[in-house]
Design a protein around this ligand. Structure first.
Ligand code: SF4
Length: 283
């Protein structure tokens, strides 16, 4: 019998195409993941990415009927069936913490992203799980300049949702190294500003110790000057600083280690001193 635990993030555990369960230690319960990228395709290639066989690409065309069927089936199983017993989920974690659009790739690359967000929100509303359960989009933020993505973010906002916006580096060199992204500082700033204008936004900073380089002064200073400059200009709900919790599936895995907790705590303290709410987590 399959067992779900905080160490099991196997997205195939229920055998569905778009919906997968995760017992999230960070969330403190069940997170219902929605995967728009069953093809394991992303427009970035983060060196810490846990997606196996990751390819450069975009989300394929979605079967909305199948998505709706799977989500209803899954919510029925969790709310009215014996899902928790079958999966041997501890009693303290038998609560739906969130529905998280967080696939094996960048979810906002889906061509009709807005339609899919509306569908998920409508079904979750029919099952009456909001606002106790949160509605979350986990994104690298690189496609928010697209009108269809902004339309989806506004729909997310209408359902009381939130954006978790990835920002692992404060420099163009760092983004190229860690995310294999060519995004510039100006484009990150523009997309982050758009995100905050559409829906409450949280920043997610994943710090990794790559090739024993640690956290450089250039990166730290870049982040601090960014947060200083944006104070009062855009609404950031909070900032989470976290690190590698499960092994990377990328070729760089051998040179990757989690960032030391002390380094993350010191960095968080410096961001807090600028007036931001900061959470540090090592898982
Ligand atoms: S943005 Fe997310 S899915 Fe894409 S490569 Fe990075 S960690 Fe993997």
């Amino acid at each position: 019998m399959p067992k779900l635990s905080v160490t099991s993030h196997n997205r195939n555990i229920c055998g569905l195409t778009y919906v997968y369960p995760v017992i999230s230690r960070r969330a403190g319960g069940l997170s219902i993941g929605i995967n728009f990228n069953p093809n394991n395709a992303c427009n970035w290639r983060c060196i810490y990415c846990q997606v196996p066989d990751l390819k450069i690409g975009t989300a394929p065309e979605i079967d909305l009927n199948l998505l709706a069927k799977e989500l209803r089936l899954f919510l029925d199983d969790v709310l009215n069936g014996d899902f928790y017993e079958r999966m041997d989920v501890p009693k303290s974690q038998r609560v739906i913490k969130d529905i998280a659009i967080a696939g094996n790739g960048e979810p906002t690359s889906l061509l009709n992203f807005d339609v899919a967000v509306q569908l998920i929100g409508d079904i979750a509303t029919q099952y009456d799980i909001f606002p106790e359960s949160h509605f979350v989009l986990i994104t690298n933020g690189s496609l928010i300049h697209r009108a269809v993505v902004q339309a989806g973010l506004k729909i997310l906002n209408d359902f009381g949702g939130e954006i978790w916006f990835k920002m692992d580096s404060s420099t163009n060199e760092g983004r190229a190294l860690i995310n294999h992204s060519a995004q510039t500082h100006d484009s990150v700033l523009k997309n982050l500003t758009l995100a905050t204008q559409c829906c409450p936004t949280k920043i997610q900073i994943c710090l990794v110790n790559y090739q024993q380089r640690g956290f450089s002064d250039i990166e730290r200073d870049g982040f601090l000057s960014f947060f200083h400059a944006q104070r009062g200009k855009m609404e950031i709900e909070n900032v989470t600083v976290y690190t590698l919790a499960r092994p990377s599936q990328q070729p760089e895995a051998i040179d990757l280690q989690p960032m030391a907790l002390e380094v993350m705590e010191n960095f968080a303290q410096e961001i807090r001193a600028l007036g931001y709410d900061v959470i540090v987590t090592s898982y």
